[in-house]
Ligand binder design. Structure first.
Ligand SMILES: NC(=O)c1ccc[n+]([C@@H]2O[C@H](COP(=O)([O-])OP(=O)(O)OC[C@H]3O[C@@H](n4cnc5c(N)ncnc54)[C@H](OP(=O)(O)O)[C@@H]3O)[C@@H](O)[C@H]2O)c1
Length: 343
């Protein structure tokens, strides 16, 4: 594990306090999400949409007229029905995925690819990679990886690469039928700044930990995710034309179910603190929906927001050498853990 120098997100208490303090820091908004930022005719896939932030994002984009695909592990079909009811939009669909299992991700992409090729489902215009966990302890996945590593980072590397490889995104610039450049949005966290360095020797290796280490590792996996987002934009947009917009953001502290695995004795206190100080999921969804729907960010190859403020990502995540190393190691790990490799 990478040692920390800032110690802001080391444990549940300092992480909660940092989240609260961040809300009171002066912000210069990058722009404004307007009621006129509509998504009519656009297909938005949001994952982890059964709860918290993802559920609120699904409602907001549905209200803006999008066809919504909620890729979820649980809550099917109930949460989708709620989104329909709360948004008044019936064009909401739910698909199952467990991001802890590579085979489940592959099934989802197969399903999406078959539906788009058959014409029963439009291609994806906006992908919102939102699912995430803070587990109370390490858990091994079916493929022998650590669950938080898998859900919070590695599943996104596999999912996005499979979607691109299987041509699931709308084709930008072809016959101007869908002039919007596809957008890929990652829900990351400011805690990505916490780790001091990458631990390449231990990359992808299963390691045991308990709740004390969980928050520290959470920041490390968000660093991997943020580094991936920058590298993805570099690879998808090699010249001066933007082929895909890749966005990443920290929504700030959200009153969601993220602390569901916290020790039982702390749950009433956490609920109280979250309820008083943290943002409601609907408010926290605003920067995500801004990146999904606003014309302000059109044709941008990359952007990172903290709440509504534009920020540079941590220099470790921006470093092309780290991006390349992460990509190479992720591909290698994928080959090792998936019998059929990269397809
Ligand atoms: N809450 C915060 O203060 C905060 C701050 C910064 C960033 N974030 C990020 O915001 C994102 C959303 O989290 P949240 O706060 O809304 O928490 P949440 O209410 O716990 O929602 C997490 C979502 O991820 C899904 N998920 C978890 N494991 C999954 C798996 N194996 N396969 C598929 N889906 C899975 C959950 O599905 P189930 O309901 O089926 O478990 C749920 O829909 C996360 O990436 C988190 O890191 C949160």
């Amino acid at each position: 594990m990478a040692p920390n120098k800032q110690k802001k997100y080391d444990n549940p208490f300092s992480a909660t306090l940092t989240g609260i303090m961040d809300l009171f820091r002066k912000q210069v908004p990058a722009g404004e999400l307007k009621p006129t930022d509509r998504l009519d005719g656009k297909t938005v896939l949001v994952d982890g949409a059964s709860s918290g932030l993802g559920f609120a994002i699904a409602i907001d984009v549905a209200r803006r007229g999008a066809r919504v695909i909620m890729a979820c592990r649980s809550g099917i079909p109930g949460q989708g029905e709620k989104v329909k009811k709360l948004s008044g939009n019936q064009d909401v669909h739910m698909l199952h995925v467990d991001f802890a299992d590579i085979n489940s991700i592959k099934s989802l992409v197969k399903n999406l690819s078959a539906s788009t090729q058959a014409g029963s489902m439009a291609k994806i215009d906006i992908l919102i990679c939102n699912a995430g966990i803070v587990p109370k302890q390490s858990r091994k996945t079916l493929q022998g990886l650590e669950e938080m590593f898998m859900v919070n980072y590695f599943s996104k590397f596999i999912f996005v690469n499979l979607l691109i490889g299987n041509r699931c995104f709308s084709d930008s610039g072809t016959e101007n039928l869908k002039p919007m450049i596809p957008r890929i949005i990652f829900v990351a966290s400011e805690s990505h700044r916490n780790p001091e360095k990458f631990e390449w020797v231990n990359f992808g290796k299963y390691q045991d930990y308990t709740i004390g280490k969980s928050i520290e590792l959470y920041g490390y996996y968000k660093l991997l995710l943020t580094t991936f987002s920058v590298e993805l934009s570099r690879r998808l947009n090699p010249g001066s034309t933007t082929n895909y917009s890749v966005f990443s953001l920290c929504p700030g502290p959200v009153n969601s179910n993220i602390a569901r695995e916290a020790p039982k004795v702390f749950i009433p206190l956490l609920k109280l603190v979250f309820g008083i100080f943290f943002k409601s999921p609907a408010n926290a969804a605003i920067p995500v929906v801004y990146l999904a729907a606003s014309g302000d960010v059109e044709e941008k190859p990359f952007d990172y927001l903290f709440l509504m403020s534009r920020k540079a990502v941590d220099e470790k995540a921006a470093d092309p050498g780290n991006g390349k190393q992460l990509w190479t190691m992720s591909e290698e790990l994928w080959r090792k853990t998936d019998r059929y490799g990269l397809q």
